[in-house]
Design a protein around this ligand. Sequence first.
Ligand code: DGL
Length: 272
Amino acid sequence: MQQTRDRAIGILDSGVGGLTVAREVMRQLPRETIYYVGDTKRCPYGPRSKEEVRKFTMGIVRFLMNHPIKAILIACNTATAAALDLVREQVDIPVLGVIDPGARAAIKATKNKTIGVIGTQGTIQSGAYEQALRKIHPDLTIHSLACPAFVPLVESGYRHTALADDIVADTLSPLRNTSMDTLILGCTHYPLLADSIRKAVSESVSIISSAEETAVELSTILQHQQLLSDQHSPKHRFFTTGSTESFSKIAEDWFGFPVKVEQVELYFPSVG
Ligand code: DGL
């Protein structure tokens, strides 16, 4: 029988964004198997109501729980803001989000205590980053901005284009007049637009994605709970509810190796 420690890490997102976290998990924890679900069919989650995001997130969690997994990583800020508490209530394995790790990384990086946060409408409206940042450090200036155009740009394969540069520069212009020295990419899709974002903000701004710190947290939890895998060649699986073709194209570009993607249907429980 399979040992608990050889089970997979379930990673979820509304689409390809969580791959930015998955790549960092593979880098820091190369013995761990990943089962990744991107709910591309219902992407973007950002403009949806909290209730809807909770329902979709629980649909993915239920799918993952039917597979051999030992921890869940909600690699989506919108779903973390809306449903982390709910998922933690519903399952008896470790569940991690991406907002607290992102907040910690930004606090480590800032020198002038002025932090920008960009994310989806859902994440920005929830105030989850402000709360997470102020819980650790009460004396910060925070500039938050929703960037609803970014996720559709990534999902339709427009990264590394002049169109992406223009839309990103235009959207981020309100942040240029601030004194932020640190910018949190508060959506896991945004590291896929990092080149355009880098061009749009001052060179001195530290750009923070949650991926690295989230993988550190996962590693710490697995170690603490004696759940670190000792396998040599983990067999990752990738699932999407949308087109396997466009998903694998973006995944292969991001990972730099071929990715087999399986299509799935999700079923949604009714949740509060
Ligand atoms: N990658 C999700 C996040 O981190 C995104 C987005 C969406 O579907 O709007 O918020």
